[in-house]
Design a protein around this ligand. Structure first.
Ligand code: PNS
Length: 161
């Protein structure tokens, strides 16, 4: 059984994330999308909200589940017996950071955890969660950035603040 994990902050998830999820789901028997519970950041959406949002977005994919984790990714992988990490690469600027994390994870796990990179579809190459937040904060149009059901939820977060 080929299993993989797609970890990330997903704050909020974007259509770029969904594109990576849909493509990775075709390559593996099961894919776990796992939200990092990073206590040192103050996120727009809570971990529970991000998990719910992802669950809604992947409802059409039978072999994808959503989970969350804290601490080191390799510890989570060990606990769940996962050996393949999926990450998306948008541009060369992502590469250095991603390479460092992938190599650190491989080293720390003594080779047990490998990373596979999927290059983001060109239509989403410009997209990032930070950009979505910046655009939404100033009332810009995020309809081409996140799933339809999520658009208002993102605007509402800024209304609450
Ligand atoms: O969506 P993001 O914020 O780019 O995702 C980054 C993520 C969650 C993949 C990465 O920060 C991570 O795995 N964090 C957990 C701590 C860890 O294991 N770090 C790797 C060793 S430097």
């Amino acid at each position: 059984m080929k299993r993989a994990v797609y970890p990330g902050s997903f704050d909020p998830m974007t259509l770029g994330h969904l594109d990576v999820i849909e493509r990775a789901a075709k390559m593996f028997d099961t894919l776990t999308v796992s939200v990092l519970n990073n206590t040192s950041k103050s996120p727009l959406f809570s971990v529970e909200e991000r998990v719910k949002i992802l669950q809604k977005a992947i409802a059409h994919l039978d072999n994808v589940e959503v989970d969350s984790f804290s601490g080191l990714l390799i510890d989570y992988c060990r606990e769940k017996e996962l050996h393949v990490v999926i990450r998306g690469l948008r541009a060369i600027t992502d590469f250095e950071y991603e390479l460092q994390i992938a190599q650190t994870n491989r080293k720390l796990s003594a080779g047990a955890v490998d990373t596979i990179f999927l290059t983001t579809s060109l239509e989403y190459a410009y997209l990032s969660s930070s950009a979505v937040k910046e655009i939404a904060r100033f009332g810009g149009d995020i309809r081409q950035c996140v799933p339809k059901f999520l658009v208002q939820q993102v605007y509402d977060k800024y209304k609450e603040r």
